[in-house]
Design a protein. Structure first.
Length: 212
């Protein structure tokens, strides 16, 4: 695991390179972000945003998702893939929101992970972006870049999250996630990373750099 000074130096350079890094899922309230995040599994944010543009005008409250048959919701989200499981998770979440949380998305990780289909990754997305509660989102980009940049060798998302919490200041947890995700999508690709244009090239120990 890297030390805190190195982690901060890497993040500062990424901040300079990606000053507008943010969650790329479109939402206007916590419920919309919850649904969008569930839909984003194995799907691009671009596709999710296309689907939710219509979806969020049809389903405005948690109870709205419960007033349609599963087949109808499945049809509405079909293009995001795995639509049967996603529809089941969305309706399961909304049922629990209505029955246990007054139709509101909870604001703690402990409560969020009790919702069907919601793990720590989804919970941290909601906490950090809807409620301003710092959280590290360990998706595939964060896992890959953490290893390449020498921040951590952990590949288990939960163990990685706990390690990154030790070397990244708490106030920066959410933004650090955005920065790593943006860098992973725009430069440090899974295959053929664009190392010549990498803003943290000199700090990166990755042995298989692609250089011209």
């Amino acid at each position: 695991m890297a030390d805190r000074p190195k982690a901060i130096k890497i993040l500062n350079r990424l901040k300079k390179h990606y000053p507008n890094a943010h969650c790329e899922l479109n939402f206007s309230n916590p419920l919309e972000l919850l649904v969008a995040t569930i839909l984003s599994a194995q799907c691009t944010d671009v596709r999710v945003n296309i689907v939710t543009k219509t979806l969020f005008t049809k389903y405005r409250k948690a109870k709205d998702y419960l007033e349609v048959k599963p087949e109808e919701l499945q049809s509405d989200i079909r293009s995001t893939g795995f639509y049967r499981n996603k529809a089941k998770s969305i309706q399961g979440c909304c049922r629990l929101l209505v029955e246990k949380f007054g139709s509101k998305v909870p604001q703690t990780l402990e409560e969020l992970v009790k919702l069907p289909g919601v793990g720590r990754k989804t919970a941290n997305v909601i906490l950090g972006n809807a409620y301003g509660v710092p959280g590290i989102t360990c998706d595939t980009h964060v896992i890959r870049l953490s290893e390449r940049l020498g921040l951590s060798k952990q590949k288990d998302p939960v163990k990685l999250e706990l390690e990154l919490q030790k070397i990244i200041p708490q106030k920066d947890w959410t933004q650090a996630s955005h920065l790593l995700i943006w860098h992973g999508r725009r430069c440090c690709y899974a295959r053929n990373p664009d190392c010549p244009h990498c803003p943290v090239l000199r700090l990166c120990p990755y042995p298989n750099k692609t250089m011209t």
